[in-house]
Design a protein around this ligand. Structure first.
Ligand code: ZN
Length: 382
């Protein structure tokens, strides 16, 4: 391949680096990368890979842009809200570097399509935010001998590594053989994330991708980089390949892709989800609030900061974090409807109170999010 005069000018700061040079830039320009997710991590990854002149960039994302994405997902603009993330990403990238071939995969990556999606690419970068997709990406990369550039973020902390058993390192399963029980690890949507954090972790992943393309430097293979933004500290853990690993070990038991939702303990959503007997809808919560004769009390178990952002008039706050100390303020024979933001923490509150002998408890399905969708749009969503 030859670089045009325009490309030589565009990549001049790479070309004068002895570690890159013309040969290295040609390697970057002929490397293909599949980016799984065009969200917080995918944004800086796609932007910097495009600017660096990556040859082909595949983007897997089936989601649409939401207002709550804009705080960190810098691929997308205010005008993109409601549009396809993959499409928005493609346009932003074309504006930065029209030489990059962008391939959109506007689908949910699954056990059925993952191998076909990944096979044509040299490198895979994990910008996902959930465990089933992370294990799926890992296993597919191991089976296809593709380097899997991993990053994850939560609140103020991030981690990054390069999983590549074919280069002698471990895989994600060597590090985390079992997924956490469902609901135990909150997502960024539940726990929050500092907007710049995916920028930092995504840039670390991008650096590793460029080093892989160049064949230069020492990669994060066999090393887990941990970053804490509040302390502004980086730490590093040595990772070893587990000879017993079910996918990259000496006697692998996983030789094809499995059902990752099931592996992660997530029960598939049904077409018409059956109502959990422990749950009520926000409409029932409204009835309880409107009609005191029903004798039902509603409590909110979110944290005070969240209550300040949005709350339902007349519903008292008893944060889940204080419930162990303060549950004696409640009456074990009283009927309570418990709500949080989306229904996860209120279910944990319900289970805790039930262990303390409370008899008449219901979880409000969908929490205050559902309340602002279905009952009162004047209650802001956050
Ligand atoms: Zn492994």
């Amino acid at each position: 391949m030859q670089l045009s005069n325009d490309e030589i000018r565009r990549y001049s700061r790479h070309l004068i680096l002895p570690e890159v040079g013309l040969a290295g830039q040609k390697k970057i320009c002929s490397t293909s990368v599949l980016c799984i997710g065009a969200g917080g991590l995918g944004s800086p990854i796609a932007l910097y890979l495009a600017a660096a002149g990556i040859g082909k960039l595949g983007i897997v994302d089936f989601d649409t842009v939401d207002y709550s994405n804009l705080q960190r997902q810098i691929l997308h603009t205010d005008a993109d809200v409601g549009r396809s993330k993959a499409q928005s990403a493609k346009e932003t990238i074309a504006g930065i570097n029209p030489n990059v071939e962008v391939v959109l995969h506007d689908v949910r990556i699954s056990s059925e399509n993952a191998l076909d999606l990944i096979r044509p690419y040299d490198i895979v970068v994990d910008g996902t935010d959930n465990f089933p997709t992370r294990y799926l990406t890992n296993d597919a990369c191991v089976l296809l001998n593709k380097p899997n550039v991993y990053g994850s973020i939560f609140r103020f902390e991030g981690q990054a590594s390069v999983f590549a058993p074919h280069l002698g390192g471990p895989c994600y399963r060597c590090l985390y053989p079992e997924p956490p029980p469902p609901g135990m690890v909150p997502s960024c949507a539940e726990g929050g994330v500092l907007g710049v954090l995916p920028g930092i972790v995504g840039c670390i992943q991008t650096t590793e991708i460029l080093k892989l393309a160049l064949g230069k430097g020492s990669l994060l293979v066999g090393r887990l980089l941990l970053f804490n933004a509040l302390d502004m500290k980086f730490r590093e853990l040595k990772l070893r390949r587990d000879p017993e690993c079910p996918v990259c070990g000496e006697n692998p038991t996983i030789k094809e892709l499995i059902d990752y939702e099931m592996f992660c303990g997530i029960t598939p959503e049904q077409e018409e989800p059956a109502m959990n007997p422990d749950e009520v809808t926000v409409h029932e919560m409204k009835r309880a609030l409107d009609d005191p004769k029903l004798g039902i009390k509603v409590i909110d178990v979110r944290e005070p900061d969240e209550y300040e952002i949005a709350h339902v008039e007349g519903v008292p706050l008893l944060p889940l974090s204080q419930l162990e100390q303060r549950f004696t303020e409640l009456d074990p024979n009283q009927q309570y409807y418990i709500h949080c933001k989306m229904g996860g923490r209120s279910m944990r509150a319900l289970q805790f109170l039930r262990q303390q002998g409370f008899k008449y408890l219901k979880n409000v399905k969908g929490g205050i999010d559902a309340w602002s969708d279905e009952i009162d749009q004047g209650v802001p969503k956050y």
